[in-house]
Design a protein around this ligand. Structure first.
Ligand code: TUI
Length: 326
């Protein structure tokens, strides 16, 4: 049983610890999400790129595996984001996180359904807009993260967002162990979201070859593709990402070829084609060495962080936020 670690985020989510599993498109399904929730964190089903019937089935499956809160993520660039937004409101998932855009169009519908809405932001300006729209909290995601990213580092972004909003801030990007968890409380965050750390856990159904690449990665093994096309995404170095980077040198000439290469690149990765797939991963792949269960990861993180004074740091983050609200 994980020791408790309370913040406004655990109160908001109804979880034992303020640890959220990041949505990873085509990876985070009912198996991973229910394991994280059952272990005391918040599991998130990633709906990016998925058909609506898959989403509905995964939420039902997760609910059959745990009675604890479960979240879903809407990738706002998804062509079916509007229909998905409606489905999630009907299903009344406990929490919705959003990425890659502004959820302004859906906020009212979700709030009316009693859903807690937590947009992922990569800038302070968007965090302020989200608070005005009624977001319950924000995830401030640094550029260390895997997948689609902004420009600012977690170290620069999180305190800036903490100073600008009154709602709880959850840090993401660059955290994979108890040291990182303690550090984000020192920055004023009241919770953490981690993707890469949960990618290698036993309950994650991604192909083993993908996990092996993450476990073997060094700190210099991620690169950012897509800067040329305006959709930057961090992934592990492999044949695919190196080829993309080369072609991006001349977008006018290679734009069509690149589009072809991206088609199915996430699917190839999760199915285990570790050379031709896009192996999205954060920089912290270098900190992930062992295969564990989700419960073991959460337990270890909380123990390590508490040994570093995380309870006091979390309490200070809460007290500072209360002072600001007064
Ligand atoms: O969304 C993510 N990470 C993702 S989405 C994804 S799926 C994908 N598949 C193929 C290629 C690219 C992506 C993989 N990883 N994180 C949250 C996040 N949101 N990071 C950055 C942002 C963001 C960026 C700009 C949010 C809003 C924004 O501008 C919105 C506005 O209105 O200003």
């Amino acid at each position: 049983m994980t020791a408790a670690l309370n913040t406004r985020v655990t109160e908001l989510l109804g979880t034992e610890v303020p640890i959220i599993q990041g949505a990873m498109a085509r990876i985070a399904d009912a198996s991973l999400a229910s394991a994280v929730s059952e272990a005391g964190g918040l599991g998130i089903i990633a709906c990016g790129g998925a058909p609506l019937d898959w989403v509905e089935a995964q939420i039902a499956e997760a609910r059959s595996r745990t009675s604890k809160p479960i979240g879903a993520n809407v990738m706002l660039m998804d062509p079916n984001a509007g229909e998905l937004a409606k489905l999630l409101a009907e299903l009344k998932v406990d929490v919705i996180t959003t990425g890659a855009g502004s959820p302004a169009n859906y906020m009212e519908m979700w709030k009316e359904a009693g859903i807690k809405v937590i947009p992922v932001v990569a800038s302070t300006a968007l965090a302020v807009r989200m608070e005005r729209l009624g977001a319950d909290a924000v995830v401030a995601e640094g550029t260390e993260s895997g997948g689609h990213i902004g420009e600012l580092t977690t170290m620069a972004l999180v305190p800036s967002v903490v100073d600008a909003v009154k709602i709880p801030v959850i840090a993401a990007g660059g955290v994979a162990d108890g040291r990182g968890l303690a550090a984000v409380f020192a920055l004023g965050a009241e919770g953490v979201q981690m993707g890469t750390r949960f990618l290698t856990v036993e309950e994650c159904t991604v192909a083993d070859a993908y996990k092996e690449r993450v476990l073997a990665a060094k700190d210099s093994d991620t690169i950012v593709t897509g800067r040329g096309s305006g959709h930057p995404a961090r992934c592990l170095k492999n044949k695919f990402s190196r080829a993309v980077r080369k072609l991006e040198g001349d977008m006018a000439k290679n734009g069509d070829e690149l589009e072809q290469m991206y088609l199915g690149s996430l699917r190839r990765a999760v199915e285990g084609d570790v050379e031709n797939g896009s192996l999205m991963s954060g920089q912290v792949a270098a900190l992930v060495h062992e295969r564990k269960t989700a419960a073991e990861v959460i337990d270890e993180l909380v123990r390590e962080a508490c040994a570093l004074g995380a309870r006091d740091l979390a309490e200070m983050a809460r007290a500072n936020a209360a002072r600001k609200r007064a």
